[in-house]
Design a protein around this ligand. Structure first.
Ligand SMILES: NC(=O)c1ccc[n+]([C@@H]2O[C@H](COP(=O)([O-])OP(=O)(O)OC[C@H]3O[C@@H](n4cnc5c(N)ncnc54)[C@H](O)[C@@H]3O)[C@@H](O)[C@H]2O)c1
Length: 319
């Protein structure tokens, strides 16, 4: 099968490409390199450097490589930036997806795996949160993911698309030293950045209603997540499916617990400092993962220490 991975030069997309290639698929990457790196794309995998909003380039690539199925990760993902630039996020994440869907319909490509996010749940009323819980996004970024899921569901009905949306929880780690998350938007990269700059990692609030007062999240290794994509690709190819899955471990870890693993792994003795809460940080967001286990047979197997060790091994050394 030939797969197009949009955003395949990014942090998660790079891992997805490697797993799909290892499974024997032909893969082409479609990425404008706005936040991705060409070096992440393995040798032998063609890279089409173009914008997801460019329908002509999309159709050319789908036809030229005779693509059967698309894995769509290309998007902007910085929550804070999305608050400042909501229209840019609509253009990138929503218009980009609409353009992709139009191109797929025009080229008769009928299978799609979509990168959604736990941010569609906002602050869930309970945890673990399951796929039938309501959408309560709290940022323009989260809203783009909700709109994306709606658009795909409607296009599936109208055009017979087979699709799987994966709602990623907190993604950590690296599948190799050259493919880590250097973006520093999430807890572990932020902590590694602080430590390597000789600063204390920050805890944004320790007065939440959780056992140690810090926020609880569900952390998943990026290689596990990439393997979930391979399972989702096979699921889409198995018939006309319309599926949505949480991808996490179903295990909650507090910020203090994660930072304690970071200290153990890095040998850092710098104690974290507690600073003000960040607006919009829910106290606890943990995935219910029964559905993906039952339908795809997928379970994330890598633990927190493995995530942090691999993130640390891939962390760039100071220049
Ligand atoms: N990292 C996380 O914790 C997380 C959590 C939930 C969901 N997601 C989603 O996963 C996907 C990938 O995230 P990531 O962490 O790998 O981010 P990333 O920034 O590393 O990767 C995004 C990739 O998409 C490309 N891209 C962006 N806009 C594009 C455009 N207009 N045209 C073509 N290519 C474009 C970028 O160059 C980059 O290679 C995104 O859809 C994101 O919303 C990420």
């Amino acid at each position: 099968m030939t797969l197009m991975v949009t955003g395949g030069a990014g942090y998660i997309g790079g891992h997805v490409v490697r797993v799909l290639v290892a499974e024997g698929h032909d893969v082409v990457v479609f990425d404008d390199l706005s936040t991705g790196r060409a070096t992440v794309v393995p040798d032998g995998v063609p890279l089409v450097r173009a914008d997801i909003n460019d329908r002509v380039d999309l159709e050319q690539a789908l036809r030229r490589y005779d693509v059967d199925s698309v894995v769509h990760l290309a998007a902007k993902k910085a929550v804070g930036e999305s608050v400042e630039r909501p229209l840019y996020y609509l253009r990138q994440n929503v218009d980009g997806l609409a353009t992709l869907l139009e191109a797929m319909v025009a080229c008769d490509v009928g299978q799609l795996v979509y990168s959604s996010s736990a941010s569609v749940y906002g602050t869930p009323a309970k945890y673990p949160v399951d796929e039938t819980d309501p959408f309560l996004p709290e940022s323009p970024y989260g809203q783009t993911k909700v709109i994306g899921e709606w658009m795909i569901a409607d296009a599936a009905v109208a055009h017979g698309l087979s699709y799987t949306a994966l709602r990623y929880f907190n993604v950590v780690g690296a599948g190799g030293p050259d493919i880590g998350d250097v973006g520093a938007f999430n807890l572990v990269p932020l902590a590694l950045r602080a430590i390597t700059s000789g600063k204390a990692p920050s805890i944004y609030g320790d007065d939440y209603p959780t056992p140690d007062g810090t926020c609880i999240r569900d952390y998943v290794h990026v290689v596990d997540l990439a393997e979930a994509h391979a399972a989702a690709v096979a699921h889409c190819a198995s018939g006309q499916v319309s599926s949505v899955f949480n991808v996490g471990r179903g295990v909650g870890s507090s910020v203090r617990e994660v930072l304690s693993v970071v200290s153990e792994v890095t040998g850092s003795t710098v104690a974290p400092v507690v600073v003000e809460r960040r607006p919009g940080d829910p106290a606890a967001v943990v995935a219910r993962v029964d559905r993906i286990r039952e339908v795809l047979g997928f379970t994330a197997s890598r633990g927190l220490t493995e995530m942090v060790e691999s993130a640390w091994a891939a962390w760039p050394s100071p220049a």
